[in-house]
Write a protein that binds this ligand. Structure first.
Ligand code: KG4
Ligand code: ZN
Length: 342
């Protein structure tokens, strides 16, 4: 049995968890920095690093207490080594490396995007490779063919804004507070339920082009033009939110279907923060059911950044190859780090 402590600190969430290869997830805890960054309208890297420093120690104590474990019961430590904000990554990696040195146990740097991709397996251990994955976060929008652990092939990606970024920027231009993505989604859902006055449908970017790439910056610009011409009240904000979300959801689903046809896969895995979007989850579930395929979503709290996915991913790698952990005490993180080997 392997009990792995997982540490996530790539951006604005400090996530800590303990995963056991025998008993599954034993405990997890999260500190979100939303309040720290709200007044600046976005993540301030230096403040993010400082906040990780403030919270990492008590979160580790908290998960140990929840799991009924002592530090010396941990067998290995997995930490996010990139991609992400360098200062923020350094907090988690320095902590992980120091603790592993003190306890004389292995430490393993985990790829943040791989951890997102595997988060759905936390609640669905029966989910096996290969599968096709839609990774939709604040920094990435990719369609990926997951062939095996550590073996990922990029099918397509956004040529400009990530979908989460487009959600956040559209929310901001209509005066919603940070982080705008979930707030915009809430407005769109409410507009759906209340049958809000409609604005003309937004374009579905890149659907008329072959392949699996995306483009979302035009949608954000389109939203800005419509917003400027509108009365800029609650009603128009909700209608634009709905038109924006409808366009995003339909575009993502069409490209997912294309990718599944291409790979021949029967399984679609959704990962990343935007995977928490209710409309996307509902529409993809309906679409996948209609074509007899299966779709896997992590539960919403494992869609956004968290320590559970890092502990789990580290555990899978260590089980596959117990010697592959960091062999020295050098602290190395990578702000940019492609997931694909090719
Ligand atoms: O994966 P994540 O927590 O962090 C990154 O690695 O980027 O994703 C955060 C992104 C943000 O852009 C946030 O606005 C978006 O996910 N997001 C949502 C929802 N919840 C989070 N976007 C749309 N609908 C949501 N419900
Ligand atoms: Zn993330």
């Amino acid at each position: 049995m392997l009990r792995v402590l997982g540490i996530e600190s790539s951006c604005d969430e400090t996530g800590v968890a303990i995963f056991s290869s025998r008993d599954g997830l034993l405990a997890h805890a999260l500190h979100s920095q939303v309040v720290t960054h709200r007044e600046f309208g976005g993540v301030v890297p230096e403040l993010a690093s400082r906040d990780h420093v403030k919270h990492i120690v008590h979160l580790v104590d908290e998960v140990l207490a929840k799991a009924g474990m002592h530090k010396t019961d941990i067998d290995a430590i997995a930490y996010t080594a990139g991609p992400g904000l360098v200062g923020a990554l350094l907090v988690g990696s320095s902590f992980a490396k120091s603790l592993s040195f003190a306890l004389n146990i292995p430490a393993l740097g985990v790829h943040h995007l791989e951890a997102h991709l595997l988060a759905a397996k936390l609640d669905a251990p029966e989910l096996e490779f290969p599968f096709t994955a839609l990774l939709v976060s604040g920094g990435h929008t990719q369609l990926i063919e997951a062939r095996g652990l550590g073996n990922y092939h990029l099918l397509g990606e956004t040529l400009d804004d990530a979908v989460g970024e487009a959600f956040d920027k559209t929310a901001k231009l209509m005066g919603l507070s940070y982080p705008g993505g979930p707030l915009l989604a809430k407005l769109a859902d409410a507009a759906d339920a209340q049958d809000c006055a409609e604005v003309p449908a937004f374009p579905r970017p890149m659907l008329n082009r072959p392949g699996f790439d995306f483009s979302f910056s035009g949608l954000k610009t389109h939203a800005m033009m419509v917003w400027r011409r509108s009365p800029q009240d609650d009603q128009s904000r909700a209608s634009i939110a709905k038109a924006f979300q409808d366009a995003v959801v339909e575009t993502l689903i069409t490209k997912c279907m294309r990718a599944l046809e291409h790979t021949g896969s029967q399984r679609l895995v959704v990962a990343g923060g935007v995977g928490a979007n209710r409309a996307l989850r509902a529409a993809l579930s309906t679409e996948m059911k209609a074509c007899g395929r299966q779709v896997y979503f992590p539960r919403p709290e494992y869609c956004t950044d968290n320590g559970a996915m890092v502990a789990y991913t580290g555990c899978l790698h260590l089980l596959e190859d117990r010697k592959q952990h960091d062999s020295d005490h050098a602290i190395q993180v990578r702000a940019r780090w492609p997931l694909m080997r090719e």
